[in-house]
Ligand binder design. Structure first.
Ligand code: CMC
Length: 392
């Protein structure tokens, strides 16, 4: 079967060819379909970005209107979906609810089971993009013990999500353009990042020709872990811990350097970026802007800034080329917007959805695409004789 090479964590193995996202980790370059991330975030909207990633080109005004309209028409969830939420415990993590309900969508849309039909791929894509914000908002409502809020067709993607999340019968959520624009930008910055853990998971599950909902549900679970998208929740918890301990960032950094109980500086380091993460630079500036525009000061922001400054001046981090990543400052913005910590990774999932979908489409359409099936280096016992249980 030929020579098998061990590559721990797939550090040097390209498993796929892809035309979606270009990433140069040495120079801190990130491009979606050739467009620099800075320009996409500054000039585009999240839905335009989703269209770009999935279809390969930016939409015209008419194409965008059709896309937006299609998505708006599919934001409702089947009423029976509500019963899933009734069954979840109130303190269930929203990521668990998100992946479960996304997986359950394939029971409601059994026409989604043939990934080779272009029509089915399209309708599943529209349904998923339309429904994920509704699924996410329901998860928040479940945790709060509040009645769910149905989507409204006259609102944009981000507006609708914010309203479904934060409106209560006693008071309609007042949409603030600062919050809407900031969340739209954050979703864009999360929209794709080539073969990260969750995207590779979507591809691996999808390579067995599983349907889109099943593949994306697996991706959501992969994203949940603290070394991946769950880092945004972990960063906030870390900052809160440092605050509780009197705000001493240097003693925390010492613990990290001593690898005490596996403590890591969450929101730092990246497999590919070795000079800076361009998304983190945009988000750091946005954190300042959003907090001051909302008139909020946050002691945790001061701790984060000090932590970054001290870490970047420390040889441990310099030698290992560890810099703030996309997750370091996002939590502070989400917190200022009113999201609880457990919802942070859900927001990452909403942003990453178009990227996952784009990769799933690219894989299905690739001629000669094969099932994903890594090899291994066997380290077990070579051969032994089976002894029946009574003789052991
Ligand atoms: N804090 C302390 N030490 C670290 C950190 C960190 N955040 N990240 C890496 N290191 C050390 C690591 O211990 C190792 O040290 P040594 O050479 O002494 O054994 C060295 O740096 C190389 O690290 P690695 O573990 O080989 O790096 P990796 O490419 O396998 O892991 C990572 C990348 C992102 C999982 C890791 O940097 C990490 O755990 N960071 C914290 C979690 C985090 O912020 N994740 C979000 C990543 S970006 C967005 C996303 O993917 O969702």
């Amino acid at each position: 079967t030929g020579l098998v090479t061990l590559d721990s964590g797939f550090g040097n193995t390209a498993a796929y060819k892809s035309a979606i996202t270009y990433l140069d980790g040495e120079q801190g370059i990130l491009r979606y379909r050739g467009y620099p991330i800075e320009q996409v975030a500054e000039r585009g909207s999240f839905l335009e970005t989703a269209y770009l990633l999935i279809n390969g080109e930016l939409p015209t005004v008419d194409e965008l209107a059709v896309f937006q309209n299609e998505i708006t028409q599919h934001t409702l969830l089947h009423e029976d979906v509500k019963r899933f939420y009734d069954g979840f415990p109130r303190d269930a993590h929203p990521m668990a609810m998100l992946s479960s309900v996304v997986s359950a969508l394939s029971t409601f849309y059994q026409d989604s089971h043939n990934p080779f039909s272009e029509e089915q791929r399209h309708i599943s894509t529209v349904r998923l993009l339309a429904k994920l914000p509704t699924i996410a908002a329901y998860a928040y409502k479940k945790a709060m013990g509040h009645p769910i809020v149905y989507p409204r067709n006259d609102l944009g993607y981000v507006e609708n999500f914010l309203r479904m999340t934060f409106s209560v019968p006693a008071q309609d959520y007042e949409l603030d353009p600062v919050v809407v624009n900031a969340l739209d930008k954050l979703l864009i910055l999360h929209a794709d990042h080539e073969q990260n853990c969750s995207t590779s998971t979507v591809r691996l599950v999808g390579s067995s020709q599983a349907n889109l909902f099943a593949s994306i549900s697996a991706g959501i679970n992969a994203l949940w872990g603290p070394l991946h998208g769950g880092a945004n929740q972990a960063v906030l918890e870390m900052l809160e811990g440092i605050k509780r301990d009197g705000g001493d960032v240097d003693s925390f950094i010492r613990k990290v350097k001593d690898k005490e109980d596996g403590v890591k500086l969450m929101g730092f380091g990246h497999r590919v970026y070795k000079s800076f993460d361009p998304r983190a630079q945009i988000i750091k500036a946005a954190a300042h802007d959003v907090l001051s525009a909302l008139g909020k000061s946050d002691e945790l922001l001061d701790i984060a800034l000090k932590l970054e400054e001290h870490a970047l001046a420390d040889s441990y981090f310099v030698e290992r080329k560890l810099y703030p990543n996309v997750d370091f400052y996002t939590g502070l913005i989400y917190r200022a917007m009113g999201f609880p910590t457990t919802m942070f990774t859900v927001l990452f999932a909403l942003g990453r959805l178009p990227g996952w979908i784009a990769h799933w489409h690219e894989m299905i359409k690739e001629p000669g695409s094969r099932i994903g099936r890594p090899r291994q280096v066997y380290t077990g016992v070579e051969l032994r004789e089976y002894v029946p249980v009574e003789a052991r």
